[in-house]
Design a protein around this ligand. Structure first.
Ligand code: UDX
Length: 438
């Protein structure tokens, strides 16, 4: 086990998952957060987020004494050897990541770090941040290392324990190697030893943005192909299947949908575009990736409007799925809410259902209020259009005959292509799939 304690500053989904998993690997971990209530709840073993497998590991960590929670960054950082910064880096309003919280915390904890301490940025930060932090710190006895996370919400624990790679970047090679060692013993999902990639801080910072923007681009690409497939009479699933068989392309991240969202892709794609602009490097693919995503949301809205007969005003519409993807309760930048916003602007009457959303959604972050029903059938009651927006597996097993009873004559717009066309037809309803014929 590595010598020295680990501090994790910030217990959002990245910090909490990383801290808990590092404790599971045998390290002594102290997590610090600004929110005293949250710290108190986590100390009692309460998991504040919806994340598969986290509860068990958190209980294990607390019971073993290896995982503790404290109020404030200073308390966590004092005496620690490795300090992981897992702080929010939101869009500053102009697409650029806002680093104020990161710099504020570095200024706070910098003077009290032990000589030999290693400050690790896990938050997604623009290229050059490690250098800036080194300057803010003004200490040559503390190393700064970039170690980006590649955790997907819903499978974050699995992604941490079985990563495709661990990336560590720093000018201080020994510090980078020491951070890589913290992950010793991890294997990939196919049981192979994990590649530990040691790079410069700049490369490591860019690997994170480049990976997320590339995946977003791949999704925008298949979503645009879906639009084309609809017009020419092709099937986006057949196309994705045919493309994915090429080893160089791969089958993953080719599921067409109502656009991509979440806390990372929209923010990171815009932030990388802003970085390219700041360095005067033309990178039109990034802007096109975001534009194509908006077009995917528009396209689903168009299909819904057509299903409603051309005018959405006053039309009762059920939204199945509100989160940005299945397996999470996260609504941030959800494509489902982007579509809801467009429908609301055209004065449709919305009612939603999502397995993780139990209360009506108030208007928030520019998204409209959405009343939430207790189950998909209650949401569909009296609807003229039912839209499947999030790929929750339970929608694939839906009782279509029951939907036909509560919403006779409704059209189902399946923006995730989860439903069986024949079953919908047999129930006497019409199905509008995405990127293929109905
Ligand atoms: C992403 C990255 O995958 C992860 O590596 C990074 O650390 C954080 O951002 P996450 O935000 O959890 O993770 O979502 P992800 O599973 O990547 O999905 C992003 C969006 O793409 C979702 O809206 C999802 O529904 C959509 N998606 C994904 C598709 O529409 N089709 C697909 O085939 C895959």
């Amino acid at each position: 086990m590595a010598e020295g304690r680990i501090a994790v500053i910030g217990t959002g989904y990245v910090g909490l998952t990383s801290g808990t998993c590092l404790a599971h690997l045998g390290h002594e971990v102290v997590c610090g957060d600004v929110d005293p209530d949250k710290v108190e709840r986590m100390s009692r073993g309460e998991v504040p987020i919806f994340e598969d497998g986290l509860q068990e590991l958190m209980t294990e960590g607390i019971e073993s004494g290896r995982l503790t929670f404290v109020h404030g960054a200073e308390k966590a950082a004092e005496g620690a050897k490795y300090i992981f910064l897992c702080l929010p880096t939101p869009d500053g309003g102009d697409g650029r990541a806002d680093l104020r919280i990161v710099h504020q915390v570095v200024a706070e904890i910098g003077p009290l770090l032990d000589p030999g301490a290693v400050l690790v940025t896990k938050s997604t930060v623009p290229v050059g941040t490690a250098k800036q932090i080194t300057a803010t710190l003004a200490r040559d006895d503390v190393a700064v290392v970039s170690n980006p996370e590649f955790l997907q919400e819903g499978t974050a624990v699995k992604n941490f324990m079985n990563p495709d790679r661990v990336v560590v970047g720093s000018d201080d090679r020994a510090a980078a190697e020491a951070v890589a060692k913290l992950y010793d013993g991890l294997t990939t999902s196919s049981g192979k030893p994990v590649t530990m990639l040691i790079t410069s801080a700049e490369s490591s910072e860019l690997i994170k943005y480049a990976s997320n923007a590339f995946l977003a681009m791949k999704l925008s690409f298949i979503n645009s192909i879906a639009g084309l497939a609809e017009v020419v009479g092709a099937d986006v699933h057949e196309i994705a299947g045919g493309m994915g068989l090429d080893d160089r392309i791969g089958p993953k991240f080719l599921r067409a949908g109502p656009g991509w969202g979440g806390s990372c892709f929209p923010k990171d794609t815009k932030a990388l575009a802003a970085i390219a602009l700041d360095y005067s490097v033309p990178f039109p693919l990034l802007d096109a990736t975001t534009i194509a995503n908006e077009q995917a949301q528009e396209r689903v809205t168009d299909r819904i409007r057509e299903a409603a007969g051309g005018d959405l005003a006053g039309v009762p519409i059920a939204l199945w799925g509100l989160t940005f993807k299945a397996g999470t309760d996260d609504l941030r930048d959800s494509p489902a809410l982007e579509v809801a916003l467009r429908l609301d602007t055209e004065r449709a009457q919305l009612r939603g259902y999502d397995p993780t959303v139990k209360a009506d959604l108030p208007p928030k972050n520019g998204y409209p209020a959405v009343p939430v029903a207790a189950d998909p059938y209650a949401a569909a009651e009296g609807a003229r259009v039912v839209v499947l927006l999030t790929e929750w597996p339970e929608f694939a097993d839906i009782d279509i005959a029951r939907v036909a009873q509560v919403a006779p004559g409704a059209v189902i717009v399946d923006a995730r292509n989860l439903l069986d066309a024949q079953q919908v037809l047999d129930a006497g309803l019409r199905l509008v799939p995405l990127g293929r014929k109905g």
